[in-house]
Design a protein around this ligand. Structure first.
Ligand code: B1M
Length: 238
């Protein structure tokens, strides 16, 4: 039995526990990550703080060693599954803010790309902020977006891409909306680690969202603008 097997997570103070959770996420130890999340919540940590400081930060460390060839796909998948298990506990807590319905968003990861942790986080935070979110999952060709827009008539279309090879596909989707004459019916928000504002501008998106918190603020901002426009429109019609 290793020393780690004997480790009682509850005996650690907050800083030690978070550091241990980063290690456990790195090692893909799902049960330990879940237990860590539960302990932090019992210690009255806000769900968002647990998410960002324990889970997202842990995954950032995994990303560095993945980039540097120290970790490989199987290990990163285990880390990702541990992160998802932790997120599953936080999801209802982040969603139960009782916020009034803000608007509707269709979101999905683009074709060729199977990364979904960041997108799931964005969905979760938007739900918590009062948005209805229709999540199309991963690897979405343009047809999936078009079908969902027609079926759900959202206010916002969100797209996620984590690879430099898949991010150009966002332009394919936006260009198709333009060809069909429906681009301006939706606010288009894009996000994902390799993107930036210049890229979002270049492909004709409305905004680039650096992280889930920015996605929520940006979505709220656009909804407020839409409501203002609608109010002014009806005032002008009187
Ligand atoms: Co991948 N991967 N991966 N991977 N992976 C990256 C992205 C990479 C940067 C790793 C690296 O080299 N450092 C690199 C891309 C390099 C590049 O393109 N230049 C890479 C690579 C190369 C690959 C493969 C090609 C590896 C291979 O097979 N040789 C392969 C590709 C598979 C494919 O998609 N076709 C691959 C596979 C995988 C796994 C399957 C093992 C796994 C994904 C598991 C899953 O998602 N279910 C994985 C992971 C986990 C990563 C890293 C380590 C972590 C990504 C993550 O979850 N981050 C990643 C390294 C990194 O990004 N530093 C890496 C945590 C998450 C919370 O952050 O996703 O950035 P993020 O989301 C943020 C913001 O970006 C933003 O808000 C989120 C929350 O704050 N955001 C949005 C994201 N989407 C948004 C949408 C919005 C708004 C905001 O809409 C409005």
């Amino acid at each position: 039995m290793s020393d780690d097997d004997d480790l009682d997570l509850r005996s650690l103070d907050d800083d030690e526990l978070v550091a241990q959770m980063h290690d456990d996420l790195y090692d893909g130890l799902k049960d330990e990550v879940v237990e860590g999340v539960e302990i932090l919540l019992e210690r009255k940590w806000a769900p968002y703080k647990v998410l960002t400081e324990a889970l997202v930060e842990g995954m950032r460390i995994v990303g560095i060693d993945f980039r540097d060839g120290i970790l490989f796909v199987p290990e990163v998948l285990l880390a990702a599954n541990s992160m998802k298990a932790g997120m599953a506990i936080l999801r209802p807590l982040l969603a139960e803010t009782g916020a009034p319905k803000m608007g509707k968003m269709v979101i999905g990861t683009v074709k060729g790309d199977i990364h979904d942790i960041g997108k799931n986080l964005v969905s979760m935070m938007l739900e918590g902020a009062g948005f209805e979110v229709i999540d199309l999952g991963i690897n979405n060709p343009v047809e999936n977006y078009l079908d969902a827009l027609e079926e759900h008539q959202p206010d916002i279309l969100g797209m996620s891409a984590l690879l430099t090879t898949t991010m150009p596909y966002m332009k394919v989707v936006i260009d198709t909306l333009k060809e069909k004459g429906i681009r301006d019916d939706y606010v288009v928000l894009v996000g994902g680690a390799p993107l930036n504002e210049a890229f979002a501008d270049a492909i004709g998106a409305d905004a680039y969202c650096r992280d889930a918190a920015v996605a929520v603020e940006t979505a709220k901002d656009y909804m407020a603008r839409r409501h203002n426009q609608a109010d002014h429109g009806s005032a002008a019609a009187v």
